[in-house]
Design a protein around this ligand. Structure first.
Ligand SMILES: Cc1ncc(COP(=O)(O)O)c(C=O)c1O
Length: 433
């Protein structure tokens, strides 16, 4: 497999792969913990974890063992049969997610988790004699790139060229709690934006709303952390109007933010939680976990997936959850997150291009601006830093609605020394701007 060099791989990719996204020009071949290696033997400190996926680190021995043991017994059953890891996994998810959530549907990705959550709330509305005509999502959000998940995504850049496919009927977007770009004090802004959801419902819907969906911390949108006041008002509004709450923890889940789920920061009790990414340690698995009230309306034939709940993915996900706890990786996310935040805030005081440093645990965003007053996004500068760091052996992510937010989302096993190396390279990077 390794007979091709990186140039040949990239050339072949151009020739045969649908060019639907820009890739970082690195051919990865190996990983260990928070270190990645490319085809030429170059090493990188991984600060992106395959987009917040490899939370327990790369090539974790226990994940390899869980996968190979299950593979040597049985790789696939289809959803037509029971399998042991799948049953143990859904039991575990009921134990570790907010206590009102009980029934899980297993699928293969975050997008599918969101699609299935939409089906669950539509069926719930139907069971109550309603149409569930609308779904409310947030501007700047990201929920996937197919069907409803793309329609719910609140960013035009993912929708161009897809016409009505990207705008399913009934999807309405409400303002985002992006406090860095507001002039109001954070607390006041949080309440105002949450109240805007009520106004959105009154002005733009029939009132027969199937659900409200949001990420507790917006990931692709630029690591946007809503003010605490936002959630207090939001949950009140949803309760008063009896609107089901879907919390998309696809990116924030499984220790990423320094808690097992970000919902814990605000004691949120959603009606459905969507999960994927960090759940399977790199195996393709997703889940929608719902309350009994919602799940009990599902009838035989409503849902099915050939691969969903695959025994290998389920066995690895179970082991992954055990490792997160047994190796104290959630605590490590808080500890190393603190080192990053202190270092980055220090850099912020020295370099005016750093407009904002935000996030929780190891879900960190650094928003670059051309001017601290106007907050004009420094998009080219952000790209330059990503490329500088890559050449210095550090992989980070880039995001935000303006493409100006540097994202640090490393494996949760990253250590202090690696974090300090990353900080020192970011500091060097600031000097090239
Ligand atoms: C919050 C959120 N939801 C859904 C998705 C879609 O997940 P996937 O790429 O696994 O389909 C993502 C992916 O980035 C995400 O961040």
């Amino acid at each position: 497999m390794n007979e091709l060099d990186s140039k040949e791989i990239m050339k072949k990719d151009k020739e045969f792969y649908v060019q639907g996204y820009n890739r970082v020009p690195i051919v990865l071949t190996e990983g260990k913990g928070a270190i990645l290696k490319d085809i030429d033997g170059e090493e990188y400190i991984d600060c992106f974890a395959g987009i917040a996926v490899s939370n327990v680190g790369h090539a974790h021995k226990r994940l390899v063992k869980a996968a190979s043991e299950q593979m040597s017994k049985l790789i696939h059953t289809s959803g037509r049969f029971f399998n042991i890891p799948q049953t143990l996994l859904v039991e575990k998810l009921a134990e570790i997610t907010p206590e009102n959530l009980k029934y899980t549907y297993l699928c293969n990705s975050g997008t599918e988790a969101v699609e299935n959550a939409v089906k669950l709330v539509k069926k719930y509305a139907y069971s109550k004699g309603k149409a569930g005509a609308e779904l409310i999502a947030l501007e700047c959000s990201f929920h996937g790139r197919l069907g409803y998940s793309l329609s719910l995504t609140g960013q035009a850049k993912y929708k161009k060229g897809f016409g009505t496919y990207a705008n399913a009927p009934g999807v309405v977007h409400a303002p985002v709690p992006y406090s860095y770009r507001s002039k109001l004090p954070e607390d006041e802004f949080g309440v105002e934006v949450a109240l805007a959801i009520g106004e959105t419902i009154d002005r733009h819907t029939t009132g027969d709303v199937a659900a409200f969906i949001m990420e507790p911390i917006l990931g692709e949108g630029g690591i946007i952390v809503p003010p605490d006041s936002y959630f207090r008002t939001l949950t009140k509004i949803l309760k008063e109007r009896e609107i089901p709450f879907i919390l998309d923890e696809v990116q924030t889940g499984f220790g990423r933010t320094g808690k097992l789920f970000a919902s814990k920061y605000w004691n949120l009790k959603p009606d459905i939680m969507t999960l994927a990414k960090g759940m399977g340690g790199g195996m393709p698995i997703g889940a929608a976990i719902a309350t009994s009230k919602i799940a009990e309306n599902v009838e035989s034939g409503d849902f099915f997936s050939t691969y969903g709940g695959n025994p290998v993915c389920s066995a690895v996900a179970l082991e992954n959850i055990a490792i997160l706890h047994e190796e104290n990786l959630i605590q490590n996310a808080s500890k190393i997150g603190k080192i990053f935040f202190e270092g980055l805030e220090d850099l912020q005081s020295k370099y005016p291009v750093i407009g904002d440093v935000r996030g929780k645990g190891l879900m960190i965003g650094i928003e670059l601006v051309k001017d601290l007053g106007t907050k004009k996004p420094a998009t080219d500068e952000a790209k330059l830093i990503v490329s500088f760091l890559k050449n210095e052996g550090i992989i980070i992510g880039l995001g935000g609605v303006f493409g100006n937010v540097l994202r640090l989302q490393p494996p949760l096993c990253i250590n202090e020394e690696q974090a300090n190396q990353v900080l020192s390279k970011i500091s060097q990077g600031m000097n090239i701007l």
